[in-house]
Design a protein around this ligand. Structure first.
Ligand code: GAL
Length: 389
């Protein structure tokens, strides 16, 4: 079921390149960044028991994998005795909650014992996460799956883990190209699993463009006035979504006018505040609100509702992830659209890669997946899929 729906949805896939948000961005940058990041100091090694996992269907029937349980992954070592250390950048992140829940379910379905899968919360603090990685090394885990707090810390993380002779699968936050080159050149057992954020940005732009300029350009000035709400700026997903959503419009020769471009750190409450302020300042001239993820789009929607504006009538709103609540809003017309960030495919590919390493096999150093554009037309199908119907 999942596989069929996703393949159908994927038929709409299209990719493109480059452009800008409010300020112009450096197009040449290849997913690198500085280390500025908001850091909540966290408690130590909080372990997870994700209760809100996406579903119990642990078959690898997603967009990129085969049909059944790890066609290529099991066989070989007895996985029940193998230990997996999983570091998540922050448990409170909605999307990563879905991801880790599915990851755990799927690892168990492959034969790992639940007791041997340890998932820890980095609490958005690189220092905390580094300590957790040290602990996993000391415990002698057989493989590590890491969602780095700062992608720019990947070099240090890789060095530690590789020196300890433990294979490493990065997820969700892509280390830069130089770092990936080191894995390749040194033949290290290190890989990255994730989707190309440029595609998700392009899809967001297309969701707006598909409405037609006459519909979107409410004030008829021939331009699209928009507000951009960004995720964590250190993160390549935030950078590319910001850039490519707008590029899709400018590539189609639409004129754009950025009224506000602020950082909401992937969080609903921050986005609500940002969009409330923007609406207070720019009022009816705002025609489109782009949010780098759905959690922030939900916050934007609260602000839009409070300002008495109506999505689909006098303003348009898009996000990324396809959280259930966002999908319900797309179905009821309260969001223009979203982009499915396939946590099934990503978590299954990450687990399959981990198993291959444990079995002494190798992996490609980059394992990709596709996003899916979601409108009112397919939102119910996607909702059924993510809720396991
Ligand atoms: C993105 C996702 C966001 C947030 C972020 C964390 O892929 O869309 O919602 O989870 O990852 O790095």
């Amino acid at each position: 079921m999942k596989k069929k729906v996703v393949s159908l949805l994927l038929a709409m896939t299209m990719v493109a390149t480059m452009a800008a948000g409010c300020g112009s961005k450096d197009d040449s940058k290849d997913n690198t960044s500085d280390t500025t990041n908001d850091q909540n100091s966290g408690d130590e090694d909080k372990e997870s028991t994700p209760d809100d996992t996406a579903d119990g269907d642990t078959k690898s029937d997603d967009a990129t994998d085969g049909d059944t349980k790890s066609d290529d992954a099991t066989g070989g070592a007895d996985l029940a005795d193998k230990k997996v250390g999983v570091c998540i950048y922050q448990f409170s992140d909605n999307f990563m909650t879905l991801f880790r829940g599915e990851l755990e379910n799927y690892l168990v379905s492959l034969g790992f014992s639940k007791d041997n899968i340890k998932i820890v919360d980095g609490a958005n603090d690189q220092g905390t996460q580094s300590g957790q990685i040290d602990n996993f090394i000391a415990e002698g885990v057989d493989v590590m799956i890491v969602n780095p707090v700062n992608s720019s810390s990947a070099e240090t993380i890789t060095d530690k883990v590789v020196n300890a002779d433990i294979p490493l699968v990065y997820i969700n936050r892509e280390p830069d190209k130089d770092e990936q080159k080191r894995w390749e050149e040194n033949n290290w057992n290190v890989t990255y699993v994730g989707c190309d954020a440029r595609q998700s940005g392009t899809f967001q732009g297309e969701l707006i463009m598909d409405l037609g300029l006459e519909t979107v350009d409410k004030n008829g000035d021939g331009k699209v006035q928009y507000v951009m709400v960004q995720g964590d700026p250190e993160n390549i997903d935030a950078q590319y979504r910001t850039e490519f959503s707008v590029k899709a419009l400018t590539d189609a020769k639409w004129e754009v006018d950025c009224l506000s471009d602020q950082v909401g750190n992937w969080q609903q409450d921050q986005a609500q505040q940002i969009v409330a302020n923007a609406l207070g300042q720019h009022g009816d001239s705002i025609e489109v609100v782009f949010c780098n993820n759905d959690a922030m789009a939900l916050g934007a929607l609260q602000a839009i509702d409070a300002a008495g504006r109506k999505v689909g009538e006098d303003i348009f709103l898009v996000g990324v992830d396809a959280l259930s609540e966002a999908l319900e809003n797309v179905i009821s017309g309260k969001m223009t659209g979203t982009v499915f960030n396939d946590h099934f495919s990503q978590s299954h590919s990450a687990a399959d890669a981990a198993v291959k390493y444990v079995n002494g096999e190798t992996n490609e150093h980059y394992i990709g997946c596709d996003y899916v554009k979601v409108t009112k037309d397919n939102a119910q199908d996607v909702l059924d899929m993510v809720s396991g119907k």
